[in-house]
Design a protein around this ligand. Structure first.
Ligand SMILES: C[S@@+](CC[C@H](N)C(=O)[O-])C[C@H]1O[C@@H](n2cnc3c(N)ncnc32)[C@H](O)[C@@H]1O
Length: 242
């Protein structure tokens, strides 16, 4: 359809925008296991464990990983757009020091009053479900809130077909974050097929980058988790057309 808005496409985008609210309302949240994925545990506690600093969990859901990170010495902030998820996360974080969650859209993150810079950004199943036209705003927000050398760790499904809205390709993960982030590791997932963990590192400061290299260093920055590792983490809405 040229020169007109395809109603099927508009309906699809609107459906995805509201899908997560519906899933939390109806309890259809298969990703919400209450368990931190082993790939994250490896990054935080493994042989090349990162030095704790400030971390941001984008699309934090009910806060399982915000809590885990805070309990492992990080100053942890989670962001999610669904009030029901934030309510559950707030309850889960009761009594945990250095942990908080914020209601908001990760493609408008500069509006949320978060004080950067962050040393580690985690995204388990959020970026991959975002409409592609909104992804540059997500990238800009992450860039604005991270220091040079910071790590970005994203779990994403593979896109199954050029016209499907969900998922990512490896090349998109490399080019979509360039030149601010460079890929430094990829861990194959097992469920669903093609899913993967992407580790990217923030490049050095640019003229538009006000952040200095003053945050705690990340000892493991050049040592991503073992590429041999795999994940069966079930994260994100399943493509209904798959
Ligand atoms: C598959 S769930 C994963 C939740 C959590 N990361 C976990 O592993 O349990 C994806 C989460 O991203 C959130 N999300 C999706 N798009 C978002 C957006 N634009 N802004 C903020 N949160 C978003 C959803 O509400 C949902 O909680």
């Amino acid at each position: 359809m040229v020169g007109a808005v395809c109603p099927v496409r508009v309906a699809a985008l609107m459906w995805w925008r509201h899908a997560y609210r519906w899933m939390y309302r109806t309890g259809r949240t298969p990703w919400d296991t209450g368990v931190t994925p082993p790939e994250v545990v490896e990054l935080i506690e493994g042989p090349a464990a990162l030095v704790p600093g400030r971390t941001l969990d984008l699309g934090c859901g009910t806060g399982t990983n915000v809590r885990y990170l805070a309990e492992h010495g990080w100053e942890a902030t989670g962001v999610d757009a669904v009030p029901a998820a934030i309510d559950r996360a707030t309850a889960k974080l009761g009594g945990v020091a250095n942990a908080r969650v914020v209601l908001g859209d990760v493609t408008e993150i500069e509006r949320l009053g978060l004080a950067g810079p962050f040393d580690l950004v985690l995204d388990i199943g959020c970026f991959h479900s975002m409409e592609r036209r909104r992804r540059p705003a997500y990238v800009a927000g992450v860039v604005s809130l991270t220091r040079p050398g910071a790590l970005l760790f994203i779990f994403a499904f593979a896109r199954r077909g050029a016209l499907r809205p969900l998922g990512v390709t490896s090349s998109e993960m490399a080019t979509g974050f360039a030149p601010w982030f460079e890929p430094v590791g990829r861990i194959r997932g097992t469920s669903p097929p093609g899913a993967a963990w992407y580790l990217l590192r923030r490049a050095s400061a640019t003229p538009s980058d006000p952040q200095a290299e003053s945050r705690p260093g990340s000892r493991g920055a050049t040592h991503p988790p073992s590429p041999a590792a795999s994940s069966s983490h079930d994260s994100g809405p399943h493509d209904p057309g798959a």
